[in-house]
Design a protein around this ligand. Structure first.
Ligand code: GAR
Length: 202
């Protein structure tokens, strides 16, 4: 039985999609903890209601990134995870932290990387005038939003879209894509070769 720790900062709808998929599809894995950098993250309420242990490591309680990351790492490692899932975790992580979890930390980013890294991805997409947009699940490396790509899903950009309508269309795909990618990891279907991800069973 593999152990998954999920990190969130807010709503936690991707975390919820993963928890529900693990339950209904009876994954050989347990969500052993949901950890937030904000005590007011709404997703903590859902996790607790599911009987999943929750923890808060508040970045505002630490003077710098290094000490926050060290504290976060201690809490995460207390759950002995095989996989760390960043699900709307809105903190930039230090290189030593990322290195510690190399090859076993996934992130979801609401754009078709390498287009539109960083924040306000839907605004960036609308400003660029792209006709398709989407979401990417990738392994986390020290360079922001730049690790090996596991999976992507595409949505059309419609004339008249706003950031909100585009975000809503992308979010529907996120909730399908992230559980699938996490499941591949849990089933040992992912290998990284020359910075590219191979998926052995689909
Ligand atoms: C999601 O859209 C996720 O892709 C995005 O934040 C949202 C979190 O929603 N992540 C990032 O922008 C990471 N840079 P959720 O809390 O409901 O899952």
């Amino acid at each position: 039985m593999k152990s998954i720790v999920i990190l969130i900062s807010g709503r936690g709808s991707n975390m919820e999609a993963i928890v529900r998929a693990a339950q209904t599809e009876q994954w050989p894995a347990r969500i052993t903890a949901v950890i937030s950098n904000r005590a007011d993250a709404a997703g903590l309420t859902f996790a607790a209601a599911q009987g999943i242990p929750t923890a808060v490591v508040a970045n505002k309680d630490y003077p710098d990134r290094e000490r926050f990351d060290a504290a976060l790492r201690t809490v995460i490692d207390g759950f002995s995870p095989d996989l760390i899932v960043l699900a709307g975790f809105m903190r930039i992580l230090t290189a030593p932290f990322v290195q510690h979890y190399a090859g076993r930390m996934l992130n979801i980013h609401p754009s078709l990387l390498p287009s539109f890294p960083g924040i306000a991805t839907h605004r960036q997409a609308l400003a660029a005038g792209v006709k398709v947009h989407g979401v990417t699940v990738h392994f986390v490396t020290a360079t922001l939003d730049n690790g090996p790509i596991v999976a992507q899903a595409v949505v059309p950009v419609h004339q008249g879209d706003t950031e909100q309508t585009l975000e809503a269309r992308v979010l529907i795909e996120e909730h399908q894509l992230y559980p699938r990618a996490v499941r591949w990891f849990i089933e040992d279907s992912l290998t990284i070769e020359d910075g590219r991800v191979l998926v052995s069973e689909q």
